[in-house]
Design a binder for this molecule. Structure first.
Ligand code: SF4
Length: 493
């Protein structure tokens, strides 16, 4: 059997980093970890190929080669996935679809021959046996949440790490919190499940042996969902990284209560974490309460950000507008918070009611759902009827983006961040970093209409923030992605 694993293209969103990737000569931010892990569970005598369409297009020759095509993806990847499924159907090729998209889109079965809903690990042996016997069912649904201790190692041999800006591993699934808009807890549950430290180190060994050096994204939706367990992992991670002269820096997502645990922060610093994404969502307390984001209430969110930064970790954060309790001045308050907290990379989105979430169910009951949405919270098309006037909401959202990603405002924010930030782990400079620097000077310092602001920033980075010069340059390039995307989104709206 020849199995072709296909990962659909990401749209142009903040998380795609599409406009920053060419600076370092990369094609995609992270490899398709889910498909690489599923590949390990396919029989050894099946031939396997993986096409990540973020790296190169799917070709007719790929489909000519395959006996079966397996797709994975998220709601946001639905349009390209449906186009490729259609092509497979036209050619009479058998298809299987899995990944989070099957939990949010009820009708995937009308596009694919076999749909895997939920976590696939425990379903794979049956699915494979049924395919081999020629009697695979239309739907395979996970009845329980599998232990991650059974998750196999990903097949790193199916990708070329050179095409990616970072590598990805997963340590845990699930989150103990209960945010109303969140689909993670619906899919993966509220009791975090974790891999053992030995499993994680084995994955790092794989990446190291594949000659990867640089950033590793721990893709967990909340890395600290089980603090006791993560404190068992981190010393092992620190030891592994230290013994090899720190080939990896780590980036992950965590809940804001990370700021309350000095021991945990210290462990993350020692292990080599340099960046953490926080779901801050909004500085409006009543909106946080309504969104059931209680872990963000009764605290100074500004102090939480500063605290985490003290441990050498840059904070990236997500923000949302469109909650029922949002006051008329929410747009100004969001901008003020982002500026005051000096978070350079602030991902601001319009609230989306994702199918399967508590929010979706509530709004459905209230008759306020317009359509299933697109899974992209940078989309200006609301998928529900908001309490605030919809035109006012969309216009206010656009005004936030324009204000925080204007070139002067962005560089000024990065300066404030750098004044307060002291990196602990300097990444090892590679040849590609020098190339990226030259491309940045050419693209941002010569060709860009914002070149004046860029040069002032570059001079400051080289004189006032010399210790953090690498970080400053990375943020200049990332800023290019955020600024370009914001401009495109606002223009096409
Ligand atoms: S903290 Fe994050 S992962 Fe956890 S429930 Fe809230 S939004 Fe979901």
């Amino acid at each position: 059997m020849k199995a072709l694993l296909v990962y659909p293209e990401w749209p142009d969103t903040y998380w795609s980093f599409k406009h920053a990737l060419p600076f370092e000569g990369k094609k995609s931010a992270y490899p398709p970890l889910g498909l690489m892990t599923i590949a390990t569970q396919l029989p050894a005598d099946w031939e396997k190929r993986l096409v990540d369409t973020n790296v190169r297009p799917l070709r007719g020759a790929d489909l000519d080669w395959a006996d079966i095509v397996l797709f994975s993806g998220m709601l946001v990847q639905k349009p390209p996935m449906l186009r490729m499924l259609e092509e497979c159907r036209r050619r009479g090729l058998k298809t299987v679809v899995g990944g989070p998209i099957t939990s949010s889109v009820g009708e995937m079965g009308s596009y694919a021959d076999h749909v895997v809903i939920g976590e696939a690990e425990e379903l794979m042996p049956q699915l494979v046996a049924d395919i081999e016997a020629g009697k695979a069912k239309p739907v395979y649904r996970a009845m329980a949440l599998p232990s991650l201790e059974k998750t196999p190692l990903p097949n790193v041999g199916l990708i070329n790490p050179r095409y990616y800006s970072g590598m990805a591993i997963q340590y845990s699934r699930g989150c103990p919190f209960n945010c109303e808009f969140c689909d993670i807890i619906e899919i993966y549950g509220r009791v975090p499940r974790t891999k053992t430290p030995a499993q994680v180190l084995a994955e790092l060994d794989l990446l190291y042996d594949a000659k990867w050096r640089g950033s590793v994204f721990i893709v967990d939706d909340n890395f600290i969902g089980n603090k006791r367990k993560v404190k068992e992992l981190l010393p092992a991670l620190a030891e592994w990284n230290g013994r090899r002269d720190r080939p990896f820096t780590f980036f992950t997502e965590a809940s804001v209560n990370l700021a309350d645990d000095a021991a945990l922060l210290e462990m993350m610093r020692s292990a080599g974490f340099t960046r953490v994404f926080l779901g801050i969502e909004t500085p409006v307390e009543s909106s946080l309460k309504q969104a059931q984001k209680m872990q963000n209430t009764r605290r100074s969110l500004l102090d939480s950000v500063r605290r985490i930064r003290e441990y050498g970790m840059e904070v990236m954060a997500g923000f949302i507008v469109g909650f029922d309790n949002d006051p008329e001045d929410v747009f100004d308050r969001q901008v003020e918070f982002i500026e005051e907290s000096a978070i350079p990379l602030a991902m601001v989105g319009l609230l989306q009611a994702v199918p399967g979430t508590q929010l979706y169910r509530r709004l459905m009951k209230e008759g306020r759902i317009l359509h299933e949405g697109f899974g992209d919270n940078m989309d200006f098309r609301l998928n529900f009827i908001p309490k605030m006037n919809p035109e006012r909401l969309v216009e206010g959202y656009r005004s936030i983006l324009e204000r925080i990603y204007g070139a002067e405002a962005y560089y000024q924010r990065v300066r404030r961040f750098l004044a307060d930030y002291h990196p602990v782990h300097h990444k090892q400079r590679r040849f590609t970093d020098y190339i990226a620097f030259c491309r940045s000077v050419l693209k941002q310092g010569v060709l860009s209409p914002d070149r004046g602001a860029y040069w002032k920033f570059l001079i400051d980075a080289a004189t006032r923030y010399r210790d953090s010069f690498d970080v400053a340059m990375t943020l200049a390039v990332m800023g290019y992605h955020f600024q370009t995307l914001t401009r495109l989104a606002c223009e096409t709206e």
